[in-house]
Design a protein. Structure first.
Length: 460
């Protein structure tokens, strides 16, 4: 093992069996799934890199915490333990749990958007955030730096807001911006971090106009690790100190706790000091998620999350986490496979636009590559490109994504470096055979978040 990659800071206590299928079996399975890996059964997947959302392994302390769960409908002890941890990390006054990130979004975003406040700006909205903005009746606008689209060249913080563009958008839509969302890390840009300096600038510009700043912080701890590693002023600070400073620049924190909360289910709504907004969210959460002290979560899951949030701040865990992604990315780059560089925190993003330039965006080249990887190796990845982007809500035309990625998403504390070798070998083989790949056409698509349930077929 190359010593430049951190060894796991844990040992294995329990195992889960996985099985291999044949290539011929996988061809049939994928066809039956409508050429959409979301519709595959997990038992038919050898290594599952579809998402890092709720797919990781919990620690012995988390499993022990499950036994402390208080399942009271209202005022659960588990809620108060979780509330204490969230307030300790964020410094915010108000907290509510939600069943996951999109649960938090459906509670908060409609309380910010109205007929007049109908623009939401982000460095890049991820899929569910964009959907909830549009469902609420607003338009989601992305505002990431241009360096994010140059996948081959190094920039330490490709997730950053484009400050000049942000100023222009705020002037153009003056009086109509409902909120500005800092997505940390910036998933759709390739799991790329946002610098503390950039967060400071965004906060100053936006708050001068009285607009709320939200942090979409599913991977806020990973972002803090990159800040510590790449911003000199923070190299001697702890991950918790860096996270607290980041939260100080926002007003609202939304989290899918299934990522940096190290749990299988859960979400967070935290509000700094706006009691009126908190009360509006309390009113909305009851019919949408549940009573404010459980918000769609069981007591045992809240206790596990209280432990997981603190474990995710451990620098040794984060070093290994980031090194696993870097190891896989380095293997692919060494073989000539174009990926978003530098490697992000939770995944390796393969730049399929460079691999399949002859397949048009509306024939979903990254989905074609993703399907080929499953057939070749039994590895399930996910498309982050034009298939995910869906259609323009006004024209209903397919939106062309600026980036056509296949995302190899690493569950936390789940796979070994040897598993990653198998993934790399599969990707490299598909890359070598790329001229054989064909585009896809839709045979069914829902009106929102189509990539989850749509069906496709190859174009012969």
């Amino acid at each position: 093992m190359n010593t430049k990659y951190e060894a796991p800071p844990y040992r294995i206590k329990m195992v889960e069996s996985i099985r291999k299928t044949t290539k011929e079996e996988r061809k049939t399975l994928l066809e039956n799934a409508g050429y959409n890996p979301f519709s595959l059964k997990s038992e038919d997947v050898y290594i599952d890199l579809l998402t890092d959302s709720g797919t990781g392994a919990m620690s012995q302390e988390q499993w022990a915490a499950l036994m402390r769960g208080d399942e009271a409908y209202a005022g659960s002890r588990s809620f108060y333990r979780l509330e204490g941890v969230v307030k300790h990390i964020t410094g915010y006054d108000y907290f509510m749990p939600a069943h996951q990130g999109r649960g938090a979004e459906q509670v908060v975003i409609p309380n910010l958007v109205n007929e007049d406040k109908n623009i939401v700006i982000s460095n890049i909205h991820f899929d569910t955030t964009r959907a909830h903005v549009e469902i609420a009746g607003a338009r989601a606008i992305d505002c990431v730096i241009e360096e994010a689209y140059d996948t081959q060249n190094y920039h330490p913080f490709k997730g950053n807001f484009d400050i000049d563009k942000l100023k222009t958008l705020l002037e153009t839509h003056d009086g109509h911006v409902a909120g500005v969302i800092l997505t940390i890390t910036n998933n759709s840009a390739g799991g790329q971090p946002v610098s503390m300096k950039n967060m400071q600038e965004v906060s100053r510009i936006v708050k001068d106009k009285g607009i709320p700043v939200l942090i979409d912080g599913a991977r806020y701890a990973e972002n803090a690790f990159f800040v510590k590693e790449r911003e000199d002023a923070y190299k001697d600070k702890t991950i918790l100190e860096i996270a607290r400073e980041a939260f100080s620049y926002a007003d609202i924190f939304l989290m899918s706790a299934k990522k940096d909360g190290l749990v299988n289910m859960g979400g967070i709504i935290a509000i700094k000091d706006d009691e009126a907004l908190f009360q509006k969210c309390q009113t909305r959460i009851v019919p949408m998620e549940g009573f404010p002290t459980y918000g769609g979560m069981s007591g045992r899951d809240m206790d596990a999350l209280a432990v997981g949030l603190e474990e995710a701040l451990d620098s040794h865990y984060l070093r290994h986490r980031i090194d696993q992604a870097r190891y896989l990315g380095d293997r692919l780059r060494d073989a000539g496979v174009p990926v978003q560089y530098p490697i992000g925190g939770h995944a390796v993003f393969v730049d399929v636009a460079k691999i399949l330039p002859d397949i048009p965006f509306d024939q979903f080249p990254a989905q074609s590559f993703t399907n080929a990887l499953y057939i070749e190796s039994g590895v399930r990845a996910v498309e982050i490109g034009s298939f995910l982007m869906g259609r323009d809500p006004d024209t209903l035309e397919n939106i062309q994504s600026s980036l056509e990625f296949m995302r190899l998403t690493l569950p936390r504390r789940t796979y070994t470096y040897k598993h990653l070798d198998h993934v790399a070998e599969g990707v490299i083989q598909v890359f070598r055979n790329r001229k054989q790949l064909k585009g896809l056409r839709l045979t069914y698509e829902p009106p929102v978040l189509r990539h989850f349930t749509a069906k496709l077929e190859p174009i012969e």
